[in-house]
Design a protein around this ligand. Sequence first.
Ligand code: F6P
Length: 341
Amino acid sequence: MSKTGILTGGGDCPGLNAVIRAVVRKSLNEGNTIIGIKNGWKGLIENDTMELTLDSISGILPKGGTILGTSRTNPYKNDGDVEKVKTNFKKMKLDALVAIGGEDTLGVANKLYKEGLNIVGAPKTIDNDLNCTDYTFGFDTAINIATECIDRLHTTAESHHRIIVVEVMGRHAGWIALESGIAGGADVILLPEFPIDITDVCDILKRRKARGKNFSIVVVAEGAKFKEGLILQEEKLDSFGHVRLGGIGNRLAKMIEEKTGFETRVSVLGHIQRGGSPTAFDRILGTRFGLKAAELIKNKKFGYMASLQGNKIVEVPLENAVASLKLVDKDFYNIAREFSG
Ligand code: F6P
């Protein structure tokens, strides 16, 4: 019989509870015990845990967020925290840990694994920018929400003959903007991967106007930038060194209005994209990742992460997954360009 800990770190994400449920079910079915660590790495630093039983996971599959709570705590930020993690790992008598997270949480998992802790990972982020997996869970829900919003914004943009700029999440990678933009039939899609050319944006909008379309939708990722750099909400860095993004939508709308004379509005979707119930796809992907993570622990394959490749769930070294981000390439972006103007 072994004892496994499980934690969720970083931004919350629809589908986290599906992973937790799958890990708990499989561990209990195999006669093992499992303990929930609250609020990501913070719970391991502070020895803050909760019991996980069949009862505690009952009914959580359709629930958004995470029953364990989350935080952006980085144990490598403050002196002494890594030692506390190691001490509490022993105190809790853990044989292994499942860390569910994106590049930051799994980056920490990889470092701790290299320092001797038995850890496996499950890939989460609505941004879908984690490497070595075709998809992370949460992304499908986010693009479905964003697509529905774009559909709704289309009808009001058309009625009022306006441009609407829709700002979506996506810090380093523009997957949400790209896929929701394509699905929602946006006229301009702007991503962090390719600098914004405001003349090109305005030309597209003017071309549409010239062919009688006096409304347009512009989808912009929060991390998209002009040549001069990012637009920030706050300069302060979080414990992983990230700034708070936000504001590109407003800046862009102002510039469009000034340069074209077209009435323009902005809609910032923000955390709506991360909240609420996961799609069926994310529930299934989360469940498959959870079962794989439990299997990795059973087979003592520590230092690995569950991953989706094609239609198969496979394992990849954590080290490879966190080495670099998965960004949008030009070929995929060009799909969107075909429908501009
Ligand atoms: O988790 C990823 C993400 O949703 C990014 O797209 C976004 O920039 C960030 O989190 C927002 O973070 P917070 O919830 O801390 O405001």
